[in-house]
Design a protein around this ligand. Structure first.
Ligand SMILES: C[S@@+](CC[C@H](N)C(=O)[O-])C[C@H]1O[C@@H](n2cnc3c(N)ncnc32)[C@H](O)[C@@H]1O
Length: 345
């Protein structure tokens, strides 16, 4: 992936992308649109790219059995300037004559003009134009199609399932996906975990050669207090998801309610983490710490069993063992979780 990145990082020059489009980043109504200059670096997130590539390959094989005589239409919203989850696979299929353009067609969508200009150039120089159905520069949630969609590949999130519009975009595409189609990732699960920050982020990695799930320290992991799952995003939950409209720009999804348990030691030292585990397809998973998108995110807006003497903020939530809290997911320009205390005294 590093070699691939080195070979592709000059794409903005090849594609003559104006400088102002390379660094442009903004919030739109569903989330943060990362700048193309930053988005090209995501190809270096090795486990993420390889798990998606293997998953897409397996999903295509399965879809060919479900739809034997059809050209498979793949949608890749929020694809970024390199579309790294699919372009290397298409190049491999072409070079090894595994699938051709009568078997697979792809619609790429990105909201950043600089990303689209780069992608057009990449597909052209790789000789992959024939696989392209459409390349669209638009907000993915505006996309409509009368044609069947067999496979959706989406990764538009940051750690703690925050900032980017993965949930809004997923919800939109689930309604467009054919009933036997496949949506990747199959499930994103976010858990709320109480951990001792110093041990979680520092001690546990002292002797590790790599920060990844297989190197997590079992003793430190056992010391975590797991409140439980707060959000599962899969076909079933997306189809049944109720969205509360607070106003034109703010929508909420009610997630889960949990009670803060009583715990003995370090009672005032625990912070809350949002820990993400992703099933991309069947046994292809991304566990905590395997990717930038599955690094547990500390939530510093909630203080558990302590009230800080300094740096108090009006947005802080003070809770104690025995309190019940409810998690909501905000569908706004900067998506993420919101927590409320149920038993306000
Ligand atoms: C971090 S990059 C991810 C690229 C790619 N999915 C990957 O796996 O590497 C995020 C991309 O999503 C695009 N994006 C974010 N929100 C979008 C939206 N609502 N519609 C279309 N593109 C969006 C951004 O412009 C950016 O290029």
């Amino acid at each position: 992936m590093t070699t691939l990145y080195d070979n592709l990082k000059d794409v903005f020059n090849y594609a003559k992308v104006p400088y102002e489009l390379r660094d442009r980043q903004f919030l739109n109504k569903t989330g943060f649109a990362m700048s193309p200059s930053h988005a090209i670096t995501t190809i270096q997130d090795v486990f993420r790219v390889s798990a998606f590539v293997k998953s897409i390959d397996k999903a295509i094989k399965d879809l060919q059995k479900i739809y034997p005589d059809e050209t498979l239409h793949i949608l890749y919203p929020a694809c970024g300037p390199l579309a790294p989850l699919l372009v290397p696979l298409l190049a491999y299929y072409k070079a090894n004559k595994i699938y051709n353009e009568t078997q697979l067609k792809v619609t790429f969508i990105d909201i950043q003009e600089g990303a689209i200009l780069s992608l057009v150039e990449i597909l052209k120089v790789s000789g992959l134009d024939a696989f392209v159905k459409e390349i669209i520069c638009a907000d993915a949630v505006e996309y409509q199609s009368k044609e069947k969609i067999h496979l959706v590949v989406l990764e538009a999130m940051q750690h703690g399932f925050t900032k980017e519009g993965h949930l809004s975009i997923s919800k939109h595409f689930v309604d467009l996906l054919d009933k036997d189609g496949i949506f990747l990732p199959q499930e994103v699960r976010v858990d709320a975990v109480l951990a001792i920050g110093e041990e979680e982020y520092n001690t546990q990695w002292k002797d590790a050669d790599l920060v990844a799930s297989h190197n997590m320290n079992p003793e430190i992991r056992d010391q975590r207090v797991v409140l439980g799952s707060i959000l599962r995003v899969n076909l079933e939950t997306l189809r049944g998801m109720e969205i509360m409209e607070l106003n034109e720009n703010t929508r909420l999804v009610k997630c889960a309610t949990h009670t803060i348990p009583h715990f003995e030691e370090n009672h005032d030292k625990r912070i809350m983490l949002f820990a993400t585990n992703i099933t991309i397809y069947e046994d292809e998973v991304l566990s905590e710490y395997d990717s930038g998108i599955t690094h547990p995110l500390p939530n510093m807006d909630i203080c558990i069993n302590f009230i800080p003497k300094a740096d108090k903020r009006v947005t802080d939530l003070y809770v104690a063992s025995g309190d019940t809290i409810t998690f909501y997911y905000k569908l706004v320009g900067l998506p993420g979780f919101l927590i409320t205390k149920e038993n306000l005294k």
